[in-house]
Design a protein around this ligand. Structure first.
Ligand code: PLP
Length: 487
């Protein structure tokens, strides 16, 4: 197994995650089964991610204060049921969740007949065509120069800085790096600050791109369960995880989190930001959805505004308010930190398209209108989707989000997202499997439904899902080596 593609968990860290009372109170069977049950719980919930290298038997037995034979039996039990596997000469690993394609490639090459609900990416803002027309005129004035703008065009960086000042965050162009979408921004920030073995706190469920990227950089995601109706609980859980796992980074989406839709109220976001700072954790704040309030709920103080500027790095993008095809995103950070991120990015990319940047300057100049237009369109598609789902899929449960671009649905008993997605695919509907939003085996009982396509397309998609649901979609999971019987 490629060592860059895996992370490991130490014996002491794993032992700290095992609930001793579960083992102590176990009167109905041998101790090794109790340990196996606890390990399975950690794997199932995603707390110990797929492909993680587990500690050696001897080390874990010392940390748990049990005999080596007990740990060996627990590992054997989990191996027999497929949860973990031994790699000759290199240790024991949590089994992979099947061979999944990368997140970015899930929507794939699709033909016109395919309904794509993998990405939560809306069609272009009606304001985009004019912005491109103006940019096409203005770009001529730049033809004599070389065409690279390593940090981004100064006028765009100034426009983005003005946007932050408008939100109450003192910012100049010195704090802004323009990137090709938030994807590049996240990549540059994580690549700058993720040391091999680094722990990164993430909401659970979270944005799949980040789990994949952290893993590929040799870091490990520590999931913190998020419940939109209990944001206080989220802060407490993040505090606990920071004490237990000593992370150096956190990646949070405080406004209309993707996919849960959670939004942290003012006091909770202040508390979380201060808590992370106290633990010396640098928080990466993904605000890609921050301007997607749909029901007029007021903007909240940006995450980190009340903590020192050095404590957070913020990511933004025009992909959701305008269009994913306009590849303009950015990083906002304290100038010293930003210089490190810019150096990382320069190794990967010389410049973002000048035409795209000029169009973005136009759109940032009328950003209130951009937001209002997007909110009107998304509110209509959300309401349409909600009404259809309630009619046709009454036993799918979801909370109606007041922002963002998708519904996060819990599936009825017996329906697995992985099986549903495979069936839907064969009927021309592409969806992202629920477990892509977790760090391992979690969320196969959830399905994200973006409300980003046209009303007729959404109607067709719900119709397909309703047919599959009523036909009793088979339940086996796509996690091909996930055991059918649990220990
Ligand atoms: C939370 C979040 N961050 C980042 C991205 C990537 O955005 P971009 O298209 O700007 O690269 C997305 C896109 O779905 C997203 O939902």
């Amino acid at each position: 197994m490629d060592s860059l593609d895996t992370t490991s968990i130490s014996a002491s860290e794993l032992a700290a995650r095992i609930d001793p009372s579960t083992l102590r109170d176990r009167s109905d069977g041998p101790l090794y089964l109790g340990i196996a049950d606890e390990l399975r719980r950690l794997i199932e919930s995603g707390e110990v991610a797929a492909q993680t290298r587990l500690p050696a038997e001897r080390a874990l037995s010392i940390s748990l204060d049990v005999s080596r034979v007990t740990v060996a039996s627990a590992y054997r039990h989990l191996r027999d049921s497929g949860w973990i596997s031994a790699q000759r000469g290199s240790g024991t690993y949590v089994s992979p969740t099947g061979s999944l394609p990368s997140w970015g490639s899930l929507a794939g090459d699709r033909d016109a007949a395919t309904l794509e609900l993998v990405n939560a990416s809306p069609s272009a803002s009606p304001l985009l065509a004019d912005a491109y027309a103006i940019a096409a005129e203005r770009v001529r004035g730049r033809f004599d120069a070389g065409g690279y703008a390593p940090l981004g065009l100064l006028e765009l960086r100034e426009a983005i800085a003005a946007y932050y000042r408008g939100r109450g965050v003192p910012t100049t162009a010195e704090n802004i790096l323009v990137t090709a979408g938030a994807t590049d921004a996240i990549h540059a920030v994580l690549a700058t600050f993720t040391e091999p073995g680094a722990r990164v706190l993430v909401e659970h469920p979270t944005y799949p791109g980040v789990v994949e990227l952290t893993h590929s950089l040799g870091g490990r995601c520590i999931p913190v369960p998020v419940d939109p109706d209990d944001t206080e609980g989220f802060v407490a859980a993040a505090d606990r995880a920071a004490r237990q796992s000593a992370p150096t980074l956190a990646y949070f989406m405080p406004d209309f989190s993707n996919p849960s839709g959670a939004r942290l109220p003012l006091h909770t976001r202040r508390q979380l930001s201060a808590t992370m700072h106290r633990h010396s954790v640098l928080t990466i704040v993904d605000e890609v959805a921050a301007d997607l309030s749909l029901d007029g709920s007021p903007d909240l103080e940006p995450f980190g505004a009340a903590t020192p500027d050095i404590a957070t790095v913020t990511i933004g993008s025009t992909s959701k308010t305008v269009w994913g095809g306009l590849r303009v995103g950015w990083v906002r950070a304290e100038a010293g930190r930003l210089a490190h991120v810019a150096a990382t990015y320069a190794r990967r990319q010389l410049s973002v398209s000048i035409l795209d940047q000029l169009a973005a300057v136009e759109l940032m100049g009328k950003y209130d209108e951009v937001r209002r237009v997007r909110a009107d369109l998304s509110r209509a598609t959300r309401d349409h989707t909600v009404a259809l789902m309630r009619d046709h899929l009454p036993d799918w449960h979801f909370r109606v989000p007041d922002g963002g671009l998708s519904l996060w649905c819990s599936l009825p008993d017996g329906i697995r997202s992985s099986a549903l997605v495979a069936e839907a695919h064969s009927r021309g509907l592409l969806l992202a499997p629920g477990l892509r939003f977790g760090t391992g085996y979690a969320f196969d009982d959830h399905q994200r439904i973006p409300f980003t396509r046209s009303l007729p397309e959404i109607s067709s998609a719900v119709e397909i899902l309703a047919r599959l649901s009523s036909a009793g979609t088979p339940t086996p999971s796509i996690a091909s080596n996930r055991p059918a019987a649990v220990v």
